[in-house]
Ligand binder design. Structure first.
Ligand code: ADP
Length: 404
């Protein structure tokens, strides 16, 4: 089944075209990105498998035009990979926030769209863009079934004591204020792959998954289900991230707002876009830059790196206690997959419970790798995340069931 996976942001469309043979066997036909939608000059980067990539600068006024550009690139006589639009059998969309409406993926219909609209309140930067993506796709491919996969769905198994904040209960009943988590598709994928790689029975296992990228979250997966996760009502809660502050004393928020005379929106922007690695270092939100800065002796960059390790440990330690043990720790996403030093530092601090990694294997890890030694009491692995594959799988299952 040929499936187009779409990840729509407010000014961008990321896409992958996959030919799914079954859950594990697939061909990536093409992937790409439309950027700077709505700006005077936009850009399409199209990477067809086995053909020369194309970069095309042109104005992209809205998502409908962007989606049409993606489809035209896919059927282009030179750079395309399909004969016609009709070859696309289904479309899968990534949706950031599904709140407690969705504990799994769903076929797009009016009711689903209405619920995603309600969730815009909790993800004002993301959900409206996803809706634009669905609308644009409905416009250009009206007869193709569309499926939505939610970043929050995997975390719906959290027990009440994990998802409730200790605020007056009425804010939960009136405004749905609770913890929802994020990166669920990634945590679900790497916990399953990790269990397989480590030879564990997923249904009787204790796994901690560390998704460390620009946005970072850590999840406790007990018996294949999410027990707890570090992100909360929004993806701001938890650990230090590229530009997000993670956990802070909530009283700091009104304190700074009063001192600096800030509006709620301005304060939200500071916590989400100007904090984290960027705010603390004053120089960059990118881990590679911070590594270089720290090597050159930059004191604040060194604090950022230490705080990141510290936050990862704090979550891992907490989840080991919550699950009364751990069988497997998985690292994934940009930092988790590429930063061997961070993995080593985290594991060194877990030596008290018998975690031992093979430094050589850790340094050279590419693709799914067990980095712990055979005598380590806990298995540690690096698993590249494949969120698009998860979306394509769910889309294939839901659309195949329709056809049956
Ligand atoms: P997003 O949350 O935007 O999907 P990614 O998962 O791509 O983010 O992660 C981006 C982060 O990964 C950046 O901080 C980047 O510096 C870091 N990263 C990517 N490659 C490397 C590398 N080779 N070494 C260290 N950090 C890396």
């Amino acid at each position: 089944m040929i499936i187009l996976v779409i990840n729509c942001g407010s000014s961008s469309i990321k896409y992958q075209l996959l030919d799914m043979k079954n859950d594990d066997v697939y061909d990536l036909l093409a992937k790409g990105l439309v950027e700077k939608i709505g700006l005077p000059m936009g850009c399409l980067t199209h990477k067809p498998t086995g053909k020369t990539p194309v970069v095309n600068e042109l104005p992209v006024p809205d998502h409908k035009v962007g989606m049409k550009l993606v489809l035209d690139a896919l059927v282009d006589p030179v750079h395309g990979v399909l004969q016609s639009f009709d070859d696309i059998e289904a479309v899968g969309h990534r949706i950031v926030q599904g709140a407690d409406f969705f504990s799994g993926s769903a076929l797009v219909n009016d009711d689903v769209i209405r619920k995603i609209e309600i969730c815009c309140d909790f993800a004002p930067l993301h959900n409206p863009a996803h809706l634009l993506g669905i609308e644009a796709m409905t416009h250009v491919l009206p007869s193709v079934p569309q499926v939505v996969t939610f970043d929050t769905a995997f975390h719906q198994t959290m027990p009440e004591y994990a998802y409730m904040y200790a605020l007056p209960y009425e804010y939960y009943t009136k405004y749905h204020v609770r913890r929802y988590g994020a990166h669920g598709t990634s945590h679900q994928y790497v916990s399953r792959r990790g269990a397989k790689l480590a030879g564990l029975d997923l249904n009787h296992s204790k796994i901690i998954t560390c998704h460390l990228g620009n946005g970072s979250s850590i999840t406790a997966v007990q018996d294949g289900k999410c027990l707890d996760t570090s992100m909360g009502f929004t993806p701001l809660e938890g650990m230090i991230m590229g530009t997000r502050c993670g956990n802070i004393d909530a009283n700091i928020v009104p304190y700074i707002m009063k001192k600096e005379n800030l509006t709620p929106d301005e304060m939200t922007t500071i916590m989400n876009k100007k904090s984290g690695f960027l705010g603390l270092s004053g120089k960059s939100s990118d881990m590679r830059d911070l590594n270089d800065l720290a090597l050159a002796g930059d004191r604040r960059a060194k604090v950022v790196l230490k705080k990141l390790t510290f936050d990862v440990l704090k979550n891992i330690g907490g989840y080991i206690a919550e699950m009364n043990g751990v069988d497997l720790i998985v690292f994934t996403a940009g930092i988790g997959e590429n930063n061997a030093r961070l993995r080593r530092r985290v594991c060194e601090n877990l030596s008290y419970m018998g975690v031992k990694i093979d430094e050589q294997v850790n340094e050279n890890a590419h693709g799914e790798t067990i980095i712990s030694t055979p005598d380590s009491k806990v298995i540690v692995a690096m698993i590249p995340t494949e969120e698009e594959l998860m979306i394509a799988r769910d889309t294939m299952h839901i659309v195949s069931a329709l056809e049956d």
